[in-house]
Design a protein around this ligand. Structure first.
Ligand code: KG4
Ligand code: ZN
Length: 343
């Protein structure tokens, strides 16, 4: 007899996207709705938690309703409600967690709390049938940059993480320095297209020889000094730069960030004897990183599982997909589930 399919509603509100999705058996995405708040935060050059939380409140119910409608299911068809409850902005997470708890209670379905970072890796695993272990996983997002040893989608051991800025934060801040629009990652990528990645020798901060931690604040400061002078008196230099000079700086910064991520990932691979590399998170959408990682993996005979571009930035399909494996193991959360800002 065929096993009954498992249909899970996922909810995601950890930062500035209000998202809901319905996923069947961990792989079949029946719907994935994302309401982005980019326009609201644009003029501040970053996410303002209070604005994010209020926007989540306005959007959460319509977004969930749309996800259920698009999936063509009824609440009775949903087997569990999953929600990203950590890490993230506490007052943003609160909205998704409260909505998910309410629905789980009202529908009398199990609730599954999901770690947002683990869910990012699920986006990388989702499309592949098998994964050769051991694997090294790199999460590169706006809030986090970490390397893990992955024994499965559920079991991750942290090997290293950023000691200051996250990679995505670096892209966002450098975009601000260069006067490019928010969010910085896609703007830098676009501007870097016509630029020379060797034009400016920005530093690759590798820390100690063995270190698997990251540091991106030195790179950001190097871009700042390059644009405004060591004494920070050349405030208007960016305004007088040619588009080509700006493209060259964007390309050189992007290359330095990508090189650092690849070098550290290879270090981790060698340390754990990995056969597979997983990459997920918003910065994984970056073409230079995708191509560089593919090249490194080809040269070292590693298989690369990288999230499809459509699932790199925050979404709820990754949450509902990972929750399927929790469901299978009966790893449910109580209705006392709390949002937690840290990992
Ligand atoms: O995973 P995500 O959506 O949110 C967090 O969990 O933080 O990642 C957002 C980050 C932002 O910093 C954004 O600038 C960056 O991902 N990002 C990119 C690209 N697309 C998004 N960075 C570099 N290149 C991109 N194409
Ligand atoms: Zn994220």
């Amino acid at each position: 007899m065929q096993e009954k399919p498992v249909t899970i509603l996922g909810v995601e509100t950890s930062c500035d996207e209000t998202a809901a999705a319905v996923v069947r058996n961990g792989r079949q995405i029946l719907s994935s709705v994302v309401a982005s708040q980019t326009k609201l935060h644009e003029r501040f050059g970053g996410v303002v938690p209070e604005i994010a939380s209020r926007a989540h409140l306005e959007k959460i119910l319509p977004v969930i309703k749309e996800a259920i409608e698009q999936a063509g299911v009824k609440p009775a068809d949903i087997d569990a409600v999953a929600v990203a409850h950590q890490p993230g902005l506490a007052i943003a997470l609160m909205v998704g967690v409260t909505a998910a708890k309410t629905l789980a209670f009202a529908w009398q379905k199990p609730l599954i709390g999901i770690n947002h970072l683990h869910a990012h890796l699920q986006s990388a695993i989702l499309a592949s049938e098998t994964m050769e272990l051991p694997a090294v996983a790199l999460i590169v997002s706006g809030g986090h940059t970490s390397l893990y040893e992955a024994e499965s989608a559920l079991e991750l051991k942290r090997l290293g993480s950023t000691i200051d800025d996250a990679a995505g934060e670096g892209f966002d801040k450098v975009a601000t320095i260069l006067g490019l629009p928010y969010p910085g990652g896609p703007s830098i990528e676009k501007t870097a297209k016509g630029g020379n990645p060797k034009a400016v020798a920005f530093p690759r901060s590798l820390l100690d020889k063995e270190s698997l931690d990251f540091s991106f604040s030195g790179l950001k400061t190097a871009v700042l000094y390059h644009c405004q002078g060591q004494d920070m008196k050349g405030n208007n230099r960016v305004a007088s730069m040619s588009p080509q000079e700006i493209s060259d700086i964007a390309a050189s910064f992007q290359q330095a960030a990508v090189d650092t991520l690849i070098i550290k990932t290879l270090r981790a691979v060698r340390k754990v004897g990995a056969r597979t590399v997983l990459v997920g998170g918003g910065v994984a959408a970056n073409t230079a990183l995708r191509e560089g990682m593919q090249d490194m993996c080809d040269k070292n005979k590693l298989s690369l599982l990288i999230a499809p571009k459509s699932l790199c930035t925050d979404n709820a399909a990754m949450v509902a997909s990972l929750a399927y494996y929790y469901y299978k193991e009966g790893r449910f959360s109580g209705l006392d589930l709390e949002p937690t800002a840290t990992t």
